[in-house]
Design a protein around this ligand. Sequence first.
Ligand code: EPZ
Length: 419
Amino acid sequence: MDKLQVTGGRRLDGELRISGAKNAALPILAAALLPDGPVRIGNVPHLHDVTTMIRLLGRLGASVTVLDGMKVEVDPTTTRDFVAPYDLVKTMRASILVLGPLVARHGSADVSLPGGCAIGARPVNLHVDGLKALGAEIEIEGGYIRARAGRLKGARIVLETVTVTGTENLMMAACLAEGRTVIENAAREPEVVDLAGFLSAMGAQITGAGTDTLVIEGVERLGGCHYEVLPDRIEAGTYLLAGAITGGRVRVRDVRPGHLDAVLVKLREAGATVTVGDDWVEVDMQGRRPRAVDIRTAPYPAFPTDMQAQFAALDAVADGVGTVIETIFENRYMHMLELRRLGADIRIEGNTAVIHGVEKLSGAPVMATDLRASASLVLAGLVAEGMTEIQRIYHIDRGYERIEEKLRQVGADIRRVPG
Ligand code: EPZ
């Protein structure tokens, strides 16, 4: 398995283009199963998870063509199979996103239950309960969610927990249901709004995207469309942090700054000079050591859980004491244990991590456990003395397109070593 070798001490300086958002591309590709004609999707990031979703669509019989320049064309009219098998779902839990579209469009879906993962149990009960509310008959049998339905019927669904893919699955299913569906306590993430934009481009009738109440008027059919995936706010935030943690200057472009507000507040608290343009954001630390910040994750527009691990790395070398409280997932502190191997002074008390910043970290071999934990280890490696070797980096390739190339562009000493 490939490894990343990072040698710390370089102050980053430069500009990076941000790719399309993984967490928008995945539901949008799943939604491509809904229409009666082909769709063309642009700004699709070249990521392992996207490849897996494309493979899944192919397994279902849809015709998928990857065009040059991150464009993907999906013709769902050849879909003839409605099973998302364990061998694919076990590698990517977002495969669950084909459940809603398959039930709504074809009245049948057998989707392997995604197991737990490093960051938590991550149940899918809200996806299942919501589809039942829309009229689907669902059995959990043999490790599969087996759903059958005639035409779904609109309903009022109150989600007991804010769930991003749960909101997305139910919004997709409701598009073809008969009548009105109201989803209360819906997720407000920009990726949910982007999916709603794609569905609307295909003729769906959706209002309230970006608020906690979605109203979907079901239609008979959806048609093909062209659509561009929005930029990845988490990738952008990660590279801005790389600039901040090294005391350097990084500008990310082709982004939507408004999606980064909660992250930019914390970067400013850490002492960074943050400049915002129409489609770019620049962080400049002017050689200063970051100040420790307190982080508490919560659903959008509050501080994103997918940036928590990255800020833990910043706090590890910051001036002062920072606390990190993870409220979304019950086990998203694996990176803290690896950061300790690099010399971080971190104490975990319940769901709070107390991080005393140290003057320097020392490079060492560490292991990536999940996507964003991997990113935090790369960030720590950028400032640790000597070399940090990060193993199991297949995690990082799921969510960051060519991370070592992008970081080298802004001066990092990082290389991929085939494992
Ligand atoms: C999405 O995961 C993202 N993945 C995650 O990004 C992100 O961390 C997460 O949202 C939170 O923002 C994609 O969009 C593909 P949830 P998702 O359902 O939808 C509980 C990354 O790094 N819950 O919003 O799976 C759940 O256990 C990944 O890119 C239920 O209890 O997360 C969690 O505590 C990691 N029952 C909370 O809700 C359900 O049926 C939020 O989870 C569903 C969720």
